[in-house]
Design a protein around this ligand. Structure first.
Ligand code: MN
Length: 295
C-alpha cells in the first residue's frame, strides 16, 4: 500500500466557546474551514469541573447535518424534539441525524452537575448531501461496551470502530455517506495502517501522546489535526517511541462537494435555506422537547 503524505498539521489551541465550554477546535477556523464531509471537530475539554460548575447546551435546534458525540470521561444527558433521550457515559457514542430539524438539549448528567468531575469527549458535525438534508431525524446510540474493537496481532494497537471497518471488524452505526471513524490507541513505537478509499478526505486528531509525522520537523502532540493528501491508498499512524501511548481519532469520508452555507446551528447549501431554517425554528416547526422525555 502507498501511504498518503501529510498535507498539514493544524493545531487546535484551547479556547472558551460561547456557552462557556472549554474546547480544542482544529476546524472550522480561519485556517481550515472544513474537511468535507466533516464540518466541525470539537474536543470538549479535557476539563475538571467543581461541584455545580458543569455546563451544557440547553434547548437549541439543528438542521441539515449530523451531530456525533463520543464521550471519554464524564456524563451527558440528551433530550430531543423527536422524542429521543439518552444518558451518555464514558465510551458511549451518539449519532444524531438532525436532517429536517431537531431541537435538542445536551446537558451534563445529574451526577456531573451535582458533584463535578472530569469531562472529556468529542463532538463532530458530519454534513449531509443536498438530497438528505431534509431527511427525517434519526437517533443512534451505541453504549461503549457494544462498540466493536479491533486489536492488532501483537496487542499493541487497539481500534474502537465507531463507523466504517478495520479489516473484518465492522461498526454498528449507519451513515448517509461512507464514514470511517476510529478511536486508536497505540503503544509507544507501534504503528497502524488503514486503507483509505480513493477520493476520500482523511485526517487524524491527536489527543494524547505523540505521533511521528514524516516530513514534519517534530512529532505531533496534542491537540492537533493531521490532514492527509490524496496521494496514496492508506494512512499510517506511528506512535513516537518513549513512555506515552498515542491516542488519536482517525476520520475519513467521501467529500460531498456541494456548496456549504452555514450559520450557527444550521448547515445548508444556500443562504435562503438558512433563512428558511430560522423561520421554521422560530415558528416551532422543528418541534419542542416533550416535557416527559427523560433518558
Ligand atoms: Mn447541539
Amino acid at each position: 500500500m502507498q501511504q498518503r503524505s501529510i498535507e498539514a498539521v493544524v493545531p487546535a489551541p484551547q479556547f472558551t466557546e460561547g456557552g462557556g465550554f472549554i474546547v480544542h477546535r482544529p476546524f472550522p477556523t480561519v485556517r481550515l474551514d472544513q474537511v468535507d464531509p466533516f464540518l466541525l471537530l470539537d474536543e470538549m475539554g479535557p476539563v475538571v469541573y467543581g461541584k455545580g460548575e458543569a455546563i451544557g447546551a440547553p434547548d437549541h435546534p439543528h438542521r441539515g447535518f449530523e451531530t456525533v458525540t463520543y464521550l471519554l470521561e464524564g456524563g451527558m444527558q440528551h433530550r430531543d424534539s423527536a422524542g429521543h433521550a439518552g444518558q451518555l457515559r464514558p465510551g458511549d457514542v451518539q449519532w444524531m441525524t438532525a436532517g429536517a430539524g431537531v431541537v435538542h438539549s445536551e446537558m451534563p448528567s445529574d451526577a456531573m452537575l451535582r458533584d463535578g468531575g472530569a469531562s472529556h469527549g468529542f463532538q463532530i458535525w458530519v454534513n449531509l448531501p443536498r438530497a438528505d438534508k431534509m431527511t427525517r431525524p434519526r437517533y443512534q446510540e451505541i453504549p461503549g461496551e457494544r462498540i466493536p474493537v479491533w486489536k492488532s496481532a501483537d496487542g499493541r494497537v487497539t481500534a474502537k470502530v465507531i463507523s466504517g471497518e478495520v479489516e473484518s471488524t465492522h461498526a454498528l452505526i449507519q451513515t448517509h455517506t461512507p464514514i470511517v471513524f476510529l478511536h486508536l490507541t497505540l503503544e509507544p513505537g507501534a504503528s497502524f495502517t488503514q486503507p483509505i478509499e480513493a477520493g476520500f478526505n482523511a485526517f487524524a486528531f491527536v489527543f494524547a501522546g505523540a505521533m511521528e509525522a514524516p516530513g514534519e520537523a517534530r512529532a505531533v502532540r496534542p491537540h492537533a489535526a493531521v490532514v492527509y493528501r490524496h496521494d496514496g491508498d492508506s494512512v499510517a499512524l506511528q506512535a513516537a517511541p518513549g513512555a506515552e501511548q498515542l491516542q488519536a481519532l482517525l476520520l475519513a469520508g467521501r467529500p460531498i462537494g456541494e456548496p456549504v452555507a452555514r450559520y450557527g446551528p444550521f448547515v445548508m447549501n444556500a443562504r435562503h435555506e438558512l433563512e428558511q431554517a430560522f423561520e421554521d425554528y422560530q415558528a416551532g416547526r422543528m418541534g419542542h422537547i416533550p416535557a416527559d422525555v427523560t433518558g
